[in-house]
Write a protein that binds this ligand. Structure first.
Ligand SMILES: Nc1ncnc2c1ncn2[C@@H]1O[C@H](COP(=O)(O)OP(=O)(O)O)[C@@H](O)[C@H]1O
Ligand SMILES: [Mg+2]
Length: 614
């Protein structure tokens, strides 16, 4: 046979085989793109183990209309411009191959909107023809990638896929791995319309440990040895445990937040350090985060970027070996001994308001090598702040430097998968926005109704407050200048009585003689608090019996002034889409309160009358 250059679509398909070998590898590539685009919320919808559909939506920076088609082309990237850039790469992607590869072996739709665009655009590309169509659509700022019928044009590869349940397990696992390193991002995973996992973004260091427990399981955390070591510009943090428990099998290594599936050098270093510490029936489990100057590694080894070369190899090996040996020599007690108290919290999540001291820590795990001293300082500040309820308390050292042994209470429920059942409830089809805050909706039965967005929003706030779901507007924020309010004796008495209940809602008040000093409050209430507060006291005083925390929430939400905001179409879509996805049950229970059916009969009669009279 004579030598011929393969047509681009066949070349692309062959190349795609290296990067996209199963649905989970598609999910990984797309999520990494979302993270590179600065997304803080990523919703992953999987149908039939990803063989039928993978849909991933993010709230990242989006792709400009003019660049949508280019993004699908091979070797097109916004992350590097020359080889030098690779030496200092901090983004997950840079080879410009993923979207092209995925679109070569599936029916791919890419929808995106940037903040500077008024509308979103969608490109659709199907397999070998690469015929791309571009059209305007409605979509909030961010990107949605939909991958249908993966490997429909590669029957051999399709045959090698496992059953849908197993493929979904791989997807679940890859998301777990990514969620471990990006605690600042919310990940929501659905399978066949059901929410299966919800890893909410955390904003406080104390919740970091909690997310670790949720992701790695209680058994792992209970017995693990904590590693925290730094030398020059390399740092390593994480947990290692030797166990006989065959159910725990975790060897996770991250280098600058990048997942490595296996690394001989790192594994050898850990094994050597542990050499005499474990028996033949035990095996090692670890979750380790290595931070290193990007120019000491080469990640351009394989298209999936999960393999790394270190320079100089010996130094990295010795560094890891030393980190583990030192942790063992220092007789660092298993983490369980350091954990003083962990309170179990309801499945919906901790009521963040119960920790009014919470500050907005930036936990984004951007690779930063911190000088040792400042890292220590930071840790001690954090440790002081960790004296909060519902948090894992760190090591308490007595004067002689010994670690105090304290009993632990690890919630046994936490490691279980948090499967949330959901049924599909929908608001209906949005027909148009009627300013300032109404949506014209068509229900499934073709009935028309108006939906008040401000009422919907208020109901949602009430729901979040009651269930302890916290977002930026509901999180208790400390006031730089505490607000002092003069009160009479009776009011002071009343306030003392309700002080703890208000604290639960994030309103932190201190009482000083005849004054109440407001120290922290949710952002949402900040603007209205001064006006609302006297009314709240009147409400509490009038009640003959103790008012419960839930009732106070209802009162507050009811008395929140109706802000005369003009809703944009996109804000409306975002609000409704979020509710449909995250709280479908809420729609079922609340829709009747917020939806006002339209009856056109009298109007039609009036029109007919007028026509007949003419
Ligand atoms: N979710 C997303 N948000 C914003 N931009 C994206 C997203 N996904 C892909 N892109 C853009 O498309 C380009 C191509 O993506 P990809 O093929 O994965 O290559 P790479 O990530 O290696 O650059 C990216 O460089 C980026 O500019
Ligand atoms: Mg990419």
């Amino acid at each position: 046979m004579s030598i011929k250059v393969l047509p681009p679509h066949i070349a692309n398909q062959i190349a795609a085989g290296e990067l996209v070998y199963r649905p989970s590898s598609v999910v990984k590539e797309i999520i990494e793109n979302s993270l590179d685009a600065g997304a803080t919320k990523i919703i992953i919808q999987i149908y039939r183990g990803g063989t039928k559909c993978i849909r991933i939506r993010d709230n990242g920076s989006g792709i400009a209309k003019d660049e949508l088609t280019i993004a699908l082309q091979r070797y097109s990237t916004s992350k590097i411009t020359n080889m030098k850039d690779i030496e200092n790469i901090t983004s997950m992607g840079f080879r410009g191959e993923a979207l092209n590869s995925v679109s070569s072996v599936s029916r791919l739709t890419l929808t995106s909107r940037t903040t500077s665009q008024n509308e979103a655009w969608q490109v659709y590309s199907e397999g070998s023809e690469f015929a791309v169509t571009l059209k305007p659509v409605s979509h909030p700022v961010g990107t949605t990638i939909e991958v249908l019928d993966l490997f429909y044009n590669m029957p051999v590869r399709r045959k090698f896929m496992q059953n849908e349940r197993i493929e979904f397990t791989y997807i679940d696992e890859i998301i777990r791995r990514i969620a471990l390193t990006r605690c600042d991002v919310t990940f929501i995973l659905q399978h066949n319309g059901q929410i299966v996992r919800q890893y909410l973004a955390i904003s406080h260091q104390s919740q970091h440990q909690r997310r670790m427990i949720k992701l790695c399981g209680t058994a792992f955390i209970e017995n693990s040895l904590e590693i925290d070591w730094q030398h020059s510009n390399i740092a390593i943090k994480g947990w290692i445990t030797n166990t006989t428990d065959k159910n725990i099998h975790m060897q996770y290594i991250y280098v600058n937040n990048r997942i490595l599936f296996y690394h001989q050098l790192i594994n050898n270093a850990i094994l050597q350090a542990y050499q005499e510490k474990f028996t033949s029936t035990q095996h090692l489990n670890f979750v380790l985060f290595l931070e290193i100057n990007p120019n000491q590694i080469d990640i351009n080894i394989h298209p999936n970027k999960n393999q790394i070369l270190f320079y100089p190899r010996r130094l990295i090996h010795d560094f890891i070996y030393q980190a583990v040996v030192i942790a063992l020599q220092n007789k660092n007690l298993p983490l369980r001994e350091k954990i003083k108290n962990i309170n179990t919290r309801p499945a919906a999540g901790e009521n963040y308001f119960s920790n009014p001291d919470n500050k907005n820590h930036n936990l984004s795990n951007k690779s930063t090598i911190i000088p040792q001293a400042s890292q220590k300082e930071q840790r001690s500040i954090l440790e002081q702040q960790l004296h909060l309820r519902n948090c894992i308390t760190l090591v308490e050292e007595n004067k002689s430097g010994n670690v105090c042994n304290t009993k632990i209470k690890v919630p046994t429920t936490i490691a279980k998968p948090d499967i949330i059942s959901s049924t599909n409830y929908s608001f209906g089809r949005i027909l148009t926005l009627i300013a300032p805050c109404y949506l014209l909706i068509e229900s499934n039965k073709n009935n028309l109704a108006l939906l008040s967005l401000s009422v919907t929003n208020k109901c949602l706030i009430e729901y979040k407050l009651k269930t302890g779901i916290i977002d930026d507007t509901l999180r208790s924020q400390p006031l730089f200048l505490p607000l002092s309010i003069n009160l009479c004796n009776e009011e002071i008495k009343l306030l003392k009585y309700y002080q703890l209940v208000l604290k639960k809602i994030g309103i932190l008040l201190e009482i000083d003689h005849n004054k109440a000093i407001l120290k922290a409050i949710p952002l949402l209430l900040k603007k209205h608090f001064q006006k609302m507060f006297p009314k709240l006291l009147v409400y509490l005083r009038k009640k003959k019996v103790t008012v419960k925390h839930q009732q106070i929430i209802i009162w507050i939400v009811k008395n929140l002034p109706n802000e005369s905001v003009v809703w944009s179409y996109y804000q409306a879509i975002q609000l409704l889409a979020d509710i449909e996805l995250l709280w479908p049950q809420w729609i079922k229970n609340t829709l009747y309160q917020i939806r006002f059916p339209l009856n056109f009969e009298p109007i039609i009669q009036a029109i007919n009358k007028q026509i007949n009279n003419e």
